[in-house]
Ligand binder design. Sequence first.
Ligand code: SF4
Length: 322
Amino acid sequence: MDWKRLKAELLAANTVRLEGEPCTGFISRSTAGPTAGGEGSVFFSKGGKRVRLSVAPGGRVRLRHHGGGRATVRLGELEAEGRLEPAGLHCPRQAYVNVSERCIFHCRYCTVPLLGGGIKDPATIEARVREVLDRVDAIAITSGVSDSLEAEEQRVLDLVKRLVPLGKPVGVSIYPGPETPERLHDLGVAEVKWNLEAATPELFARMCPGLDYETIRKALRDSVKIFGKGAVFSNIIFGLGETDGELEKCIEDLASSGVIPVLRPLNPSAELASFPRPTAERILRVCGILEKALRRHGLDARKAQTMCTACTGCDLVPGRDA
Ligand code: SF4
């Protein structure tokens, strides 16, 4: 079985139970993104490609750790040998930090507001990044909105000033204000990711009350002018109730404007815990749609230096996973 199919099956299954030798040193615990607040994740890699799996006692995938990182995954009839990859901070080869581990918004699929985490002090974050600097290729910053959009942006700008001089490409993904792209660019940030989250404005309004789709779209357009084509990204969660046609239109809108979409299969949690996880077939199908759109518009996901398109843990990424 080729990697693309194997990864689609593993992504659809999503959860893993660990067997064999202890996986100490290979479990990443996150306070943002699809793994926030769970029992952690492991990154299984094979031939330089990787997939993230959420650790759960009754996980669908079985992963046997043979020691020293050597591992076998099994899912029904599927079996593959590979390695566990240690995370830098949050994910392999990147120091991906979350500034505010809480949020005043309540996106229906997100567990962050339920976790009630704190705001990290910039000096502590810098120290943690320095600890892993020789093991990472990039630094990435995200954040919930702990009080106001303005205060959150200022916190992130202050952190960027500390992290850019460390000499790795820096990517930032927060909820953008009108001046955010320019301010980050002026400080030396290499890439930005503003998440449209849903394929249509209507779905976005239902899923992310209080946030504004047009603000994000404008930030994406402005950012392509500032950072350049292919250096701007946007997460689109699929499995929220959109059709393939709606997803295709959203992908085309983004790619034609120079933005690389990050197609993220829904992690059913928070208010959407009863939603089904997208199937392997759908994951492969939407990846095919994305692949054609990127090619049509001269975008190359392999050039991404930071954040999810560089990591690839949670998504099937054209050019990197094929
Ligand atoms: S793909 Fe993104 S959210 Fe998933 S583990 Fe990698 S950096 Fe984190």
